[in-house]
Design a protein around this ligand. Sequence first.
Ligand SMILES: *Cc1c(COP(=O)(O)O)cnc(C)c1O
Length: 417
Amino acid sequence: MSFSRFEIPLRTIMTPGPVEVDPRVLQAMSSPILGQFDPAFTAIMNEVMEMLRQLFRTSNRWAYPIDGTSRAGIEALLCSIIEQGDKVLIPIYGRFGYLLAEICERYGAHVYTIECEWGNVFDPKEVINEIKKVRPKIVAIVHGETSTGCMQPLKEIGEFCREMDVLLVVDAVATIGGTEVNVDEWYLDGVIGGTQKCISVPSGMAPITYNDRVEKVVLSRKKVERGIQTDLDRSIPSTGKTIISNYFDLSQLQDYWGPRRLNHHTEATSMLYALREGLRIILGEGLTKRFERHRLHERALVAGIEAMGLSLFGDKKRKLPTVTCVNIPDGVDGESVRRMLLHEFGIEIASSFGPLHGKIWRIGTMGYSCRKENILRLLTALEAVLVYHSVRVNRGEGVQEALKVYVEQSKVMNAGW
Ligand SMILES: *Cc1c(COP(=O)(O)O)cnc(C)c1O
């Protein structure tokens, strides 16, 4: 049997991940392999840690990637601090809040949840009141809910958690690298990012950071005594309550990333090259400028969508800048529109989950995908596809409004984007 040459279609990816990857990142990934303790490689590990501290805006000692997709980072942080029966409070305002709850339950936490309507976020006071009632050890919350396109303000919650000595763990997978995530200023104790969203690196790593408060819990945890010493480099202290995972045990991972360099897993060489290059590009652009760029393209997209005659889903004041949720007009087959966008125009947008499935489209403006030509191409194609589906739209106006946003901006900047 023979297989055809490896060939993939070229796409414009306007989903909430995975998104397009800068060619410089793809190039970095094709560099030769280095051994995991080669000084040339450990130097890259150290650089990535320093770059991640800057990305997270933190002076934390620990900032490094977990190998695996974003949920690997979430699982690593949570499983390393949850002990059997610990109270964890999870405010849920979309699908990824449920993921946090599920992971905490699996690791034996006593999970308390509060929920608010999809399309909105919590008033921080609501969360604070619940913390007073529940007295949890940990609060886990999503910063940017990709499922609903909403973003939860965190600083007030962070301040209160610190006052009450509660650990605040945040899923910033959809926001890191695309909009502000100020770990130290907002008093976030543990934060998880994702590579395939606004960092614009392929899926497969989850950068995390955590502070001394988290590290103290991690180090005080008693590890599983399995009778067999699987790692010759270390002695496993004997035991009591369990960390179930070896792969996600932060105490071992930080001994691998830190100066002790104790062998754990084999670091994902090519992914680390990719992350280093992705982070270099981000820091080279400058965080503030990068966030402004995401805001600009969001503004152009929203102006275009609304001028076309479509409406946005969710509370606009709480909108996540990197994901725009659009109500599917009545009587329109949302999946048929998505299929036509993909097959005729090579553009991918996303559907949604659970109660929102079939009700909204989700358009990502993340990282390298977040570019003027992508926004204009999408608006043009979406209009054409909607007209084809006999939807009444304001023909031509979407793209014009978006163009106006760009022209205004270039007058302000006196330069094009
Ligand atoms: C994408 C996403 C995840 C899960 O990421 P995976 O890389 O698929 O594991 C978790 N949380 C949020 C908010 C996300 O947007």
